[in-house]
Ligand binder design. Structure first.
Ligand code: DX5
Ligand code: ZN
Length: 214
């Protein structure tokens, strides 16, 4: 699965930018609050507008403090998957339950420096695991291959039936890095600059998909 991140799109033309990637599996929307990360992007009103102009499922990545308070609104608005950071969540089990009750999938994200082991038990409450392969906050950063160990761990837990989870990766995914991520066991690839800095974003999505499939 390929999920273009609109962080690298033209924010003045978001409807057009979504239309430019019609074969995407998900559209990845980065919500940043300038507290959890040192950058500020967009919030619920923009997500509600995006939901009006596309049928592609919206994947909200909340890089915000106090997701226990704010995440539910994205699920209620109709986002397909709502991902919160384990480093920010106060009660991640209740949060997952509330997101699913509101009608979305529940996603848990871990920063590059956060280990997976302490959260394995928690993951049974979640539908997706978003492994960050850059420090969250900005597009266009270099891929951190070290995090692929966490992808392999998660893949193993899924393949051996210990977890039922979709493994997503975010940060630095492009033509040079997607194959190693695919080999490590990623299901869903977020790509911002590799899609929206390309001359033809729609073709870039298809090229990444073909590479991921090997
Ligand atoms: C970064 C965001 C990413 C970002 C990825 O904090 O979570 O989704 O858009 O951008 P690229 O693909 O350019 O690394
Ligand atoms: Zn993201």
């Amino acid at each position: 699965m390929i999920a273009p991140s609109i962080l690298s799109a033209d924010f003045a033309r978001l409807a057009d930018e979504l239309a430019a990637v019609p074969t995407s599996d998900w559209i990845h929307v980065d919500v940043m609050d300038n507290h959890f990360v040192p950058n500020l992007t967009l919030g619920l009103p923009v997500v509600k507008s995006l939901l009006q102009v596309t049928d592609i499922p919206i994947d909200c990545h909340l890089m915000i403090e106090d997701p226990d308070r704010w995440a539910i609104g994205y699920a209620e608005a109709g986002a397909y998957n709502v991902t919160v950071h384990v480093e920010a969540a106060n009660d991640p089990v209740a949060l997952a339950r509330n997101l699913k009750a509101a009608g979305s999938k529940a996603g848990l994200s871990i920063k590059p420096g956060t280990p997976l082991e302490p959260y394995v038990e928690l993951l049974k409450h979640y539908d997706t695991l978003l492994v960050m392969s850059v420090e969250p906050g900005f597009g266009g950063q270099s891929f951190m291959a070290d995090v692929l160990d966490k992808v392999r761990q998660a893949r193993h837990l899924v393949d051996t039936g210990h977890l039922k989870l979709l493994v997503e990766i975010d940060g630095g995914i492009n033509a040079d890095t997607i194959e190693q991520a695919a080999q490590a066991g990623v299901d869903c690839f977020v790509a911002g600059s590799a899609v929206y800095d390309a001359a033809d974003p729609g073709k870039a999505v298809e090229a990444l998909r073909a590479q991921a499939a090997g």
